[in-house]
Design a protein around this ligand. Structure first.
Ligand SMILES: Nc1ncnc2c1ncn2[C@@H]1O[C@H](COP(=O)(O)OP(=O)(O)OP(=O)(O)O)[C@@H](O)[C@H]1O
Length: 234
């Protein structure tokens, strides 16, 4: 199993009770898993725990055969090999598309950086946009730059936090398919968090529905032929 999360428990310092309770999840290599849940169900907290931005009080997370946190160990975020796509894309406004994408490649040679940039621009179909600034791009294009920036350093895991929330409905529908295709092409294991069932269905190989910090249901892609909405609609 590529990712194993076992018995995760997390309580924010100033909170009365734990927001993540006995959370368990296994993810196979190359799988796109969507964590679906209502507002406040703990989706962002789970991402923060996987990313290493919070440390659980209990439980274990393994990524690619390595324990990144348990009672006695904690690997910091920058050493976990995770790429992020945030809700608002978080592109650097003063940097061109090229500079944004190359941001995480500081240690690479100039030649390697140039090659990786070309590869990423091709992947997200933005080859002619390298010298534009974020404000000169559409929402969908900005999102593809964010994806290219996340993938450029070759992370082993990609995390996407509500990546469609800033797009209008029509664009959202188009982008979902595009994004899934790009991610599938790279073969990267991905965790995608959303409160929108349609997004989850369009993007994921498997939907994990969480409620009150716990996994309630897990639905595979094949089962989407059946009325998946009722399965996740608890
Ligand atoms: N820093 C914090 N301190 C205390 N409680 C917090 C903190 N951050 C989040 N919480 C609480 O933890 C619970 C889960 O929050 P979380 O942000 O993980 O939910 P979510 O499912 O991502 O919600 P949304 O879809 O609205 O973003 C909520 O009840 C929230 O109020």
């Amino acid at each position: 199993m590529f990712i194993q999360i076992k018995d995760l428990q997390y309580k924010y310092k100033n909170a009365k009770e734990a927001v993540i309770k006995d959370f368990c999840l296994d993810i196979e290599r190359g799988e796109i898993v969507s964590i679906l849940g209502e507002s406040g169900s703990g989706k962002s907290t789970i991402l923060r725990l996987i990313a290493g931005l919070e440390c659980p009080q209990n439980g274990t997370i393994n990524i690619c055969g390595e324990t990144v946190c348990n009672r006695s160990c904690f690997i910091p975020p920058e050493k976990r090999g995770i790429g992020f796509v945030f809700q608002d894309y978080a592109l650097f406004p003063h940097m061109t598309v090229a500079k944004n994408i190359q941001f995480g490649l500081k240690k690479k040679s100039r030649q390697d950086k140039r090659e990786r940039l070309e590869e990423m621009l091709k992947l997200v179909n933005l080859t002619d946009f390298a010298n534009r600034f974020p404000h000169e791009l559409s929402g969908g294009q900005q999102q593809r730059v964010a994806l290219a920036r996340a993938l450029a350093p070759e992370p082993s895991l990609l995390i996407l936090d509500e990546p469609f929330s800033n797009l209008d409905a029509a664009l959202q529908e188009k982008i979902r398919g595009e994004l899934r295709e790009i991610i599938k092409k790279t073969g990267i294991t991905s965790i995608f968090v959303t409160h929108d069932k349609e997004d989850a269905i369009a993007m994921a190989d498997r939907i994990v529905y969480i409620d009150n910090g716990k996994v309630k249901t897990s639905v595979g892609r094949v089962e989407k032929q059946r009325p998946v909405l009722s399965l996740v609609n608890h």
